[in-house]
Structure formats: C-alpha cells, structure tokens
Design a protein around this ligand. Sequence first.
Ligand code: GDP
Length: 327
Amino acid sequence: MSGSSQEKSAMKVVLLCGGVGGSKMAEGLYHSFYGGNLSVIGNVADDQDFHGLWVSPDIDTLTYTLAGLIDSEKGWGLKDETNNTLNALNRLGCDTWMYLGDQDFATHIYRSQQRALGVRPTKIASAIAEKLGVNANIVLPTDQVIQNRVRTAQGWQDFQSYFVKNGCQEEILEMELRGIEQAHATTEALTTIAKADLIIIAPSNPIVSISPILAIPGIKSALRRAPAPVIAISPIVGGKTVRGPADHMMNVAGFSADAMGVAQCYQGVIDGIVIDHYDQHLAPQLAKQNLQVMVTDTLMRDRMSKAELADRVVQHMAQVFTLAKVG
Ligand code: GDP
C-alpha cells in the first residue's frame, strides 16, 4: 500500500510534530497511502539565534526529511554536508558547538533575511518547503518567538545549550517556555486543524516538542472544537524513550515516563492513543480513560516501516472513528 508513486487518499491528515522522532512519522505519512493531503504543524520552541542567524532545528529537520535531503544516519542536517563556514567561524573565535553545515547555512541566511524584511515566519517556512520540493503543507503554530529553557545546577540555559552543547547530561530541575504569554496561533494552523479529517500527534517529545504547540493560546481549543478525532502515538516504548531525554523530562514535569504519562499529558485533547506491543499491559487502563487504544509495533527503522506504521494507524483510526473519507 505504501509508496509515493501510487494514487493517494484525499483524506486530510494533520500531524503535530517535533524534530527527529516526529519527522520519522512525517516521512512515514508522506510516503504512505495517506500522504496525498498532508499538513504538518511543527515545533518552533527549540529555535535560537546562532551567528546572527535564526535557526529553526525542528522545522528544518522536518523540511529536509520530507524533501529527501536529510542525513539519514544522523536523522538531522543535510546529507553530503561540508563544514567550511563553521571552521572559518571557529577561526574567528566564535562558539561552534552547534553543528551547522555549509548548505544548511543557506537556509538560515534565507530565513533571517526574510524575517528582517518582515515576512511572517510561517510564510517563510512554507516557502522553504516549496523551494525544496516538499509536497506537503508545513505550518508554524505561531509567528511569535517561544523558547524552551531548562534550569539545571548551573542555572537557567537555553534548550540547545542543554541538548547539544551539554549533551542532555545534566539533571533538569525546572523548565519554562519563554514568550508563551505573548504568543498566538497562526491563522494557517487554526484553519488546518479545523479542516482536518484526522489529527495525529507524532511520537515526539511530549514536553519540549508537543506541549509548546499545545500551549500556544488558541491551539488547544481549536483541537477540541475540530470535527476530526485527535490521536497520539506514544514516543515512550517500554518505559523508555527511543532516543533523547523525553523520559527524564516527563518525570520533571510530573508525568510518569510511560504511555499513561503521555495520555495524561494530552488529556482533554486526544481521543485515541497508539502504543507499542511492549506496553500492551497499559491498554485496559488507557481504555478506561475513554481513549481508543491501538497496540502495534511503533518502532520506525526505515522508510518502509515508517510508511507501514502510518498506513496501519490511519486505516485503523479511520475505521474506529468511522471517518467518511477512508481511502
Ligand atoms: P527531537 O525534537 O529531535 O527530540 O524529536 P521529537 O521530539 O520529534 O522526537 C523525540 C522522541 O521521538 C523521543 O521521545 C523518542 O522516544 C521518539 N521516537 C524516536 N523514534 C521513534 C520510533 O521509531 N518510535 C516511537 N514510538 N518513538 C520514537
């Protein structure tokens, strides 16, 4: 059923997604039978200024993935990259712990130029996606700057310092989402949610990738009002993250690091949840919370397994929620 060359479903599938984990699901959907009318609302809370340029790591990972340009070994960055600019910046005494390749710099220069001209960030993201040949809508949830920050024994630091510079090694004591009070949802995000047939929350970090999207005033109420069911795929498999610090962060935020914690984090937003076979024992408890529960293999290894997961999930949920436009 998978494969981009075949005829696709007209179902309007919307994915809420973070960086590397979420982009795996985005890639799966894009190449599945249900990739014909795909919109992805990405995370901007990990954005940061580097060398005077505005870098949007999760949006770039998503865009490069769908464009087929991603470095698939790392799961982020462009393939066939070189480091000349970073090396030259290093020679000038700049801090170069955030890896930015030469081709990648072009994206950040373009984004920063456009922002300086007053173009709305969501328009810029969609223009970059279009120029790179992505046949899906990449939508920003807000045009304002919101930023994840964490407090460790060393004090408050920006998210990339914790994540990249310090390699997620420090214990987090507290987290904040700077700028959230001033933010509001983009019209594009609200319209995309309102018109969706099925809304999927990717297996992304619930705390720093998905919660920042949900926290933007207007997004949660739009999801609750939307006629489409909202389902989440758990990023926690067998009580652990597949990669990254989501389990530790969930504990810090007061949630258990398992599918129950994921459901609790999205309480009032989701109608269904997809969990891995390893977590099958949690299905009855999740069902008691009025959630449609699907148990399946959620580990995405290659493009085929990503697309197969997407096909299985959409087909199953479309049947369960009796969506009109199955197939
Ligand atoms: P980040 O912004 O780059 O950290 O990426 P995301 O927030 O989108 O995704 C991180 C989450 O993806 C982690 O919590 C992982 O456990 C989860 N993840 C990565 N690969 C897989 C997978 O194949 N299956 C599932 N279920 N979760 C995954």
